[in-house]
Design a protein around this ligand. Structure first.
Ligand code: 4AD
Ligand code: MG
Length: 461
């Protein structure tokens, strides 16, 4: 394979003419020389190309070297006198592969707002910031697999179309082949026996229930896939389609679960700091000042751990500060999460043992009968990035819980079977991948850390 610009920038000057490919980022022209910068997306840095107009001066081609144009350049890699790079390309011939007329190309040199770029999601990966996000996201995906594979976890492909609502929150997108203008009904309600699957089906909100099946055969497993939630929340941290990583571990209690979550987050951050240093420097300078040092200190310190009840006491002491009044039994609002992580603990914190009424049916009940073995990992700037728990492993208690919550026992027959046959303590969690990318890059809006964000009224690209 031909070397990328990232590789070329690390090479020594050579004596043979080579051909380089990329898109023009900027151009400076003077009487005798023309400089332009080429990018091929392989790294943040561009390759500088110099055209000595006394030796080579095709006016028509130089005029077409506008920002965004795709080109092929023959030239010699020479030592660069400039301070920014050690090598540059002395062009001997340039071929324009695809023009990008300056009058109409939307990405000109100046910095564009992220809002503006969202409307041109087909061009925004060509910008420095979105280009860096793209590389960090890819590298982080690899780190996720690496973390679990190195520790003997098996990667399970859980289904995207599912008939069970894992979180019981009713925020599912239905999947149907029925004609919406002519829906078959019996006795006033939809008759799903005529639908593709013969029953109501939806896009998954979580692969957890299916991951539990495999944890109870392979001990340590994980999923990493797209997840869908029809939440009508227009915030900077919610998507209708996001990627979630969900490990599930047999013979594991809530403490083991917290340890894995903490090690996992630190590992991915450490991996990015090491392997994406150049891109991280961009975020450090332009997006979130000081983020590199602050992430490095996260890797080197322990996460705080606090029960929901104690966290609530801390919040109640400062009631006046909040729009939503904190009180035992209500869910933590994002202002509460922010306060805990930024003011009280000044770093990531794991909150455990939430009231049962604000958590899903599958969490293990504590002896107090009021709280469950839940854990949420909260981080500064964002709030919750992980939600997890030890799972209820008693058939009796789980059945009671399903009934209490008004769910249908028959919909969960196979999930209950796991408690009937060889049930063992097990735990797991879900990490929102986009929230982790936001945390690591400092990008404020979740729509800017996924290539094609799906949100309310938005699925153009
Ligand atoms: O807390 P949640 O809902 O937990 C679960 O789905 C469990 N089944 C996970 C498990 O135990 N296996 O979601 C987990 C994480 C959240 O902490 C958040 O980071 C992310 O998924 N998340 C979202 N990210 C972007 N947009 C949304 N609408 C999200 N909803 C949840
Ligand atoms: Mg949650």
């Amino acid at each position: 394979m031909r070397p990328s610009i990232k590789e070329i920038l690390l090479m020594n000057p050579d004596t043979d003419t080579r051909t380089v490919y990329g898109w023009v980022r900027t151009k400076r022209d003077s009487k005798n020389v023309c400089f332009f910068e080429l990018s091929d997306g392989s790294c943040l840095k561009n390759l500088q190309v110099i055209v000595d107009k006394e030796k080579y001066n095709p006016d028509d081609i130089l005029a077409k070297l506008t920002t965004g144009a795709g080109v092929e350049v023959d030239g010699l890699l020479v030592e660069s006198p400039g301070a920014n790079q050690s090598v540059e390309l002395q062009a001997s011939e340039i071929r324009i592969l695809g023009e990008a007329p300056a009058e109409s190309y939307p990405l000109q040199k100046k910095r564009h707002s992220f809002e503006f770029l969202r409307d041109i999601a087909h061009l925004r990966p060509r910008t420095n910031a979105l280009g860096a996000v793209t590389r960090v996201r890819s590298t982080a995906s690899f780190a996720v697999h690496r973390f679990f594979q190195d520790r003997g976890f098996y990667y399970i492909h859980t289904p995207i179309i599912s008939a069970s609502d894992c979180e019981g929150a009713g925020e599912m997108f239905q999947v149907t082949t029925m004609d919406l203008n002519n829906i078959p009904k019996t006795g006033g309600s939809v008759d799903y026996t005529h639908d593709f699957f013969g029953k109501s089906a939806a896009l998954t909100v979580s692969g957890q229930l299916e991951a539990e099946i495999y944890a109870l055969s392979h001990s340590n497993v994980y999923t990493f896939g797209p997840t869908f939630r029809a939440e009508n929340s227009n915030t900077a941290r919610h998507l209708a389609e996001f990627w979630m990583i969900e490990p599930e571990m047999a013979f594991c209690s809530l403490d083991g679960n917290m340890d894995t979550a903490e090690d996992f987050i630190k590992y991915v951050i450490g991996y990015i700091l090491e392997h994406c240093a150049e891109d991280m420097e961009l975020f450090n300078k332009f997006i979130e000042k000081g983020i590199v040092d602050s992430l490095a200190s996260v890797v080197n310190s322990e996460f705080h751990r606090v029960t929901y009840t104690d966290a609530m006491k801390e919040l109640e002491k400062n009631k006046a500060k909040f729009e939503f009044e904190p009180s035992w039994g209500v869910d933590l609002q994002s202002e509460h999460e922010k306060y805990l992580t930024e003011q009280v603990f000044k770093g990531p914190v794991i909150v455990t043992d939430y009231p049962k009424d604000i958590k899903a049916f599958y969490m293990k009940m504590n002896d107090d009968g009021k709280t469950v073995r839940a854990m949420d990992v909260l981080v500064p700037r964002l709030g919750e990035i992980i939600g997890g728990s030890q799972r209820e492993d008693s058939l009796e208690k789980l059945t009671a819980r399903i009934n209490d919550m008004g769910l249908e026992e028959k919909d969960y027959w196979w999930y209950l079977d796991l408690r009937r046959y060889g049930s063992v303590p097990h735990s797991g969690f879900g990490l929102g991948f986009e929230r982790l990318i936001q945390y690591m890059t400092g990008m404020q809006n979740i729509r800017d850390v996924i290539p094609f964000p799906r949100t309310v009224h938005n699925a153009e690209f």
